[in-house]
Design a binder for this molecule. Structure first.
Ligand code: PRP
Ligand code: ORO
Length: 194
């Protein structure tokens, strides 16, 4: 798909905020246990008001394109990285006269109180189609876990929107699990000199 929001002012501005606050060139161990010499910690940018606004607008625009073939009743994603993305998209949908409630998947089951794995699922009917959001895709394992948690709770998940695809096999792993990936940025957007 040719994304119509790519290379727009909003797309460039969000990339600039991610490059400034999220991208770090350093040795790091990733969620998968693999070593890398760079890290994109989107949370350093995604909780800011301006990024929140841009993420909402860009994901809303991507959602409108994806929905030419598919439609969704809610969005969902894994804590913590997906939390600001879900909040941004859900708010932007509301401002566009559409309710798209957000479901966050806890990394660990809450041990007291509700003992919940999901939060925000009450407004969403079972068998609803949930659009999965993710900040960074490396192997795709975290995203597949989030999809499995939602599916186990009676929701349908087949599509993922990500901020960044590190192009490290994640897309292929998601496809093996029946998940189609659309990402706003990939690794080259961070590494190209422009
Ligand atoms: O594609 P993968 O190989 O699974 O790696 C990507 C995952 O790693 C990060 O989460 P992290 O586990 O660092 O958690 P956080 O959002 O709580 O910081 C990121 O938010 C993705 O969920
Ligand atoms: O693979 C990961 O754990 C990972 C990579 C990255 O660049 N950013 C992130 O938040 N997680």
């Amino acid at each position: 798909m040719d994304y119509n929001m790519k290379n727009t002012d909003k797309w460039h501005r969000l990339l600039s905020l991610l490059k400034t606050f999220a991208y770090e060139k350093r040795e790091v161990t990733l969620a998968s246990g693999q070593k890398s010499n760079f890290y994109i910690n989107c949370k350093q940018a995604s909780f800011m008001g301006e990024s929140h606004y841009l993420i909402g607008e860009l994901f809303y625009s991507l959602l409108s394109q994806v929905e030419k073939e598919n439609s969704f009743q809610a969005c969902g994603g894994m804590a913590l990285g997906a939390a600001p993305l879900l909040s941004a998209l859900s708010l932007t949908c509301f401002l566009n006269k559409r309710e798209l409630p957000a479901i966050i998947v806890r990394k660990d089951i809450k041990e007291h109180g509700t003992k919940a794995t999901l939060e925000g699922e009450k407004p969403v009917a079972k068998n609803s189609k949930v659009l999965l959001l993710e900040d960074v895709i490396t192997t795709g394992t975290s995203t597949i876990k989030a999809a499995n948690a939602l599916q186990k709770n009676g929701f349908i998940v087949d599509t993922v929107l990500a901020l960044v695809d590190r192009k490290a096999g994640g897309q292929e792993n998601l496809a093996k699990n029946g998940l189609k990936l659309y990402s706003l940025y990939n690794l080259e957007d961070f590494t190209c000199v422009k």
